[in-house]
Design a protein. Structure first.
Length: 88
């Protein structure tokens, strides 16, 4: 009998499954926590918004997890915080 071949799913596939299933909160909460921790560690307050070319309210929404961030915004934030952006 032929065996069904199962392949290990990569991080992008697992992320896609969780997002499709409606389980997005954990992912955006992690982003919010990391941005907030790094910003605080660097002693930045309103300056992060200015460095990213966005508004303070947009940064606050991201840190509260109020709205999913766009990838280009995340890239600008990573650059302003002098860190790498990686999705696992």
């Amino acid at each position: 009998p032929a065996r069904a071949r199962t392949e290990a799913k990569g991080p992008v596939e697992r992320l896609h499954e969780r997002i499709v299933a409606g389980d997005r909160g954990w992912f955006f909460a992690q982003i919010a926590d990391r941005v907030s921790e790094r910003r605080t560690a660097m002693g930045l307050r309103g300056q992060l918004a200015e460095l990213c070319g966005t508004t303070q309210s947009a940064i606050a929404r991201l840190e509260r997890g109020g709205r999913p961030p766009r990838i280009d915004t995340l890239l600008r934030i990573a650059e302003a915080l002098d860190c790498d952006l990686s999705v696992e």
